[in-house]
Design a protein around this ligand. Structure first.
Ligand SMILES: CC(C)(COP(=O)(O)OP(=O)(O)OC[C@H]1O[C@@H](n2cnc3c(N)ncnc32)[C@H](O)[C@@H]1OP(=O)(O)O)[C@@H](O)C(=O)NCCC(=O)NCCS
Length: 148
């Protein structure tokens, strides 16, 4: 970690609105339909999943380290454009992988948009490899909230 005053902490309910605003400026895809209810449900279900990185008390990064008891899924990796290339993503991922390992996870994965070349560079540098033998199959659920 290149930033010694970078602090990671789990998000709490009071962070939800700020996290949603953060994703609009720092996230991969700013037209997402993330909802406050959805983020609150995540925090209620797994209070350790959504991690916030703060630099001098300011939110500079997020990562959701989703653990369902079987698999480890990473999403909403986002770093403030002004805080990039300073090891924030690297630090968030290291913490998530440590968590997964403690929980018994064997492999960590992430959904990455094909055109997001910048993210490909980061995931590659951080030890992830693209799988080409499978693709994601989806079906919207009636009344569902989350799109990502
Ligand atoms: C991708 C993203 C999360 C990287 O965050 P970051 O904090 O800047 O990444 P780090 O500083 O930890 O970089 C780790 C390594 O990734 C690689 N990397 C990161 N950004 C890079 C870039 N713009 N170009 C080339 N390599 C890059 C580097 O190898 C880097 O290590 P180095 O700086 O020692 O060379 C950030 O650019 C971001 O939020 N992008 C928009 C949202 C997004 O696309 N998220 C990913 C969703 S799948």
């Amino acid at each position: 970690m290149s930033e010694s005053n970078l602090v990671l902490r789990p998000a709490v309910e009071g962070d939800v609105e700020a996290v949603l605003r953060f994703w609009l400026v720092a996230g991969e895809n700013t037209d997402r339909h993330d909802t406050a209810d959805g983020v609150r449900r995540l925090i209620a279900r797994d209070p350790e999943a959504l991690v916030i990185a703060e630099l001098d008390g300011r939110m500079v990064g997020t990562l959701i380290a989703g653990w369902d008891g079987w698999r480890c899924h990473l999403y909403r990796l986002a770093v403030d454009p002004e805080a990039r290339r300073r090891g924030v993503a690297r630090t968030l991922l290291a913490a998530a992988e440590e968590r997964f390992a403690e929980l018994g996870g064997l492999r960590s994965d992430a959904m990455v948009i094909n055109e997001n070349v910048l993210a490909h560079q980061a995931w590659t540098a951080l030890g992830y490899r693209q799988q080409n033998h499978a693709s994601r199959w989806v079906k919207p659920l009636t009344g569902g909230h989350q799109t990502g």
